[in-house]
Ligand binder design. Structure first.
Ligand code: HEC
Length: 132
């Protein structure tokens, strides 16, 4: 009975642990988004006219999460199409964020504004990050 209780307690602890890891990532990701992305892409990822494309409900982002990570790390310019609208801007690269912070930011981006899009761990970032 004692063992059984201990096992139950362990399960409970681990259960919470896994649940909150993603929540923590989303909370930290929000801060990173506010500091590094919000000025251009808006408080809720709504974008800004034809200057800055939206991240909220962006079909472009949902097509390819590896490409999103590349754009964050290396920047992007030229032309791209988001939800049928063409943008020709310049997004600067973001070289200061480490893999843990990039994981938080990606997890925030893909779990905000109605999306439910997974948990991006530092391992995933390391495996998919462009080599500079
Ligand atoms: C100085 C303004 C600026 C900042 C800061 C900025 N972006 Fe961008 N972002 C742009 C522009 C402009 C484009 C479109 C580039 C083009 O036309 O090729 C873009 C494109 C994108 C795209 C692909 C298009 C889309 O809407 O899905 C993503 C994803 C993105 N940015 C995410 C981010 C994230 C995450 C951050 C914070 C780390 C960030 N951006 C910071 C200006 C910015």
């Amino acid at each position: 009975m004692k063992n059984f209780l201990a096992f139950g307690l362990l399960l409970l602890l681990f259960g919470c642990e896994f649940g909150s890891e993603k929540e923590l990532a989303v909370a930290n990701g929000l801060r990173i988004y506010q500091q590094h992305c919000m000025a251009c892409h808006g408080e809720k990822g709504e974008g800004n006219g034809l200057l800055y494309p939206p991240l909220q409900k962006s079909d472009y982002m949902l097509q390819d999460s590896v490409r999103t990570l590349q754009h964050i790390v290396q920047g992007v310019s030229g032309s791209l199409v988001v939800n049928g609208v063409s943008y020709r801007g310049i997004m600067p690269s973001e070289p200061t964020l480490n893999d843990v912070e990039l994981g938080y930011l990606m997890t925030y981006l893909y779990n905000s504004w109605g999306r439910v899009g997974g948990h991006f761990t530092p391992d995933w970032i390391a495996r998919n990050k462009p080599i500079n």
